[in-house]
Design a protein. Structure first.
Ligand code: SF4
Length: 373
């Protein structure tokens, strides 16, 4: 069975009911389970587990250190284009927003690469809006080999593509592709995605299968926290991650925790909030269920929050991010940004904060260094 088929059999309302009927003793037992399963995860993200946050944090921290040592991998996003043919009500790049549109020329890509190199990064995340005709495979075939010369580990966050295109991207030098489902609740998904290919919920859900079949080294998943009830969306994410690990065991799994952020045009329809404590609870629950998964946190979160939560379970962070095309070589404006960032420290300051906590910032990917990637 493919991952997407498995996820389609899950009943959102049943899961939502289960998470709210967990008892405190069940939550406590889940945190201490020797081989936690999805039922334990449900208990750990339940309201009943909230009083046990400190115990969860201790277990998550211990698991992170024993699996990853003290390392935290550093990456930075490079926005290639803010063109987008979709209408998503929570994003500054949404088609109807009257912002200046820009796709980097090859010369501008080189300038951005140089600016990013001088910040110390070797791991790069390429980001675009979703515009298949203007920012599709033809553009990637020109830009990726150019960037690969400077960056041994390349990740991508672009529109869902076919298996064949993922195979091509892998050959071009892409090591990881991140495609977030935004929300696993199909009806709410429809409320936030009003126009364009992104309206196709199933095509997006099947993306990780296509990536697994294509043999991508790393597959990134996640929900945009705030579009629907975060507990149920996160349980779907956990099911997704577990099933991916079983089905496509040659690929690494990465889970991200983006919370909704203010953006040009506003977030649109009614949304849910997730408090800082709840986000910590969620990150710890994922670490306890998936000790080997990469857990990633972006600069959407504040410096204070990141400094406190990274030691508990986060193994990959972005730093020094600009969310507009051309933002590293020209930092004078944020007019084209996708969303507002909160942790605006220079990357070197973020790394220094990690060191202060006894962690080791890793600027390059070891697997790429050993020639696997
Ligand atoms: S979330 Fe992605 S697809 Fe939607 S408007 Fe933003 S860039 Fe486009």
């Amino acid at each position: 069975m493919i991952v997407a088929t498995h996820l389609r059999t899950q009943n959102w309302d049943d899961i939502a009911m289960r998470v709210h009927s967990v008892t405190p003793s069940r939550a406590y037992a889940a945190i201490h389970a020797s081989h936690p399963d999805i039922d334990d995860f449900i208990a750990m993200v339940s309201p009943a587990a909230e009083p046990y946050l400190e115990i969860m944090a201790q277990r998550a921290k211990q698991l992170s250190r024993s699996r990853f040592g003290n390392t935290v991998s550093m990456f930075v996003p490079l926005y290639l284009s803010n063109l987008c043919a979709n209408e998503c009500t929570y994003c500054g790049f949404t088609m109807s927003n009257r912002i200046k549109r820009k796709t980097l020329t090859l010369e501008e890509v080189d300038q951005e690469a140089q600016a990013i190199k001088s910040m110390g990064f070797s791991n790069l995340l390429l980001v675009t809006g979703e515009h298949e005709t203007k920012v599709g495979m033809a553009y990637f075939k020109e830009t990726i080999p150019r960037l690969k010369r400077h960056f041994p580990y390349l990740m991508m966050e672009v529109q869902p593509l076919s298996t064949e295109h993922y195979r091509e991207l892998k050959q071009l030098g892409i090591n990881a592709v991140l495609v977030y489902q935004e929300t696993y609740h199909a009806r709410r998904y429809a409320q936030f995605h009003l126009r364009g290919n992104k309206q196709d919920f199933d095509w997006r859900l099947e993306t990780s299968d296509r990536l697994g079949i294509a043999g991508m080294d790393k597959i990134g998943i996640g929900a945009l926290l705030g579009l629907a009830d975060w507990r149920t969306d996160s349980i779907m994410t956990a099911l997704h991650a577990s099933y991916l690990q079983k089905t496509y065991w040659r690929s690494r799994v990465s889970i991200a925790f983006p919370r909704l952020r203010p953006c040009a045009g506003g977030t649109g329809a009614d949304t849910f909030t997730l408090t800082d404590r709840q986000l910590v609870q969620l990150i710890c629950a994922h670490r306890i269920l998936h000790p080997q998964a990469e857990l990633s946190l972006s600069t959407r979160e504040s410096a204070h929050f990141r400094d406190n939560v990274i030691p508990l379970g986060i193994t990959s962070i972005s730093a020094g991010s600009q969310t507009q095309p051309g933002g590293y070589s020209d930092t004078s404006t944020t007019a084209l940004s996708q969303f507002d960032t909160e942790d605006n420290r220079p990357a070197a300051d973020v790394a220094a904060a990690l060191v202060k906590q006894g962690l080791e910032p890793v600027w390059t990917d070891w697997l790429a260094g050993y020639g696997k990637a």
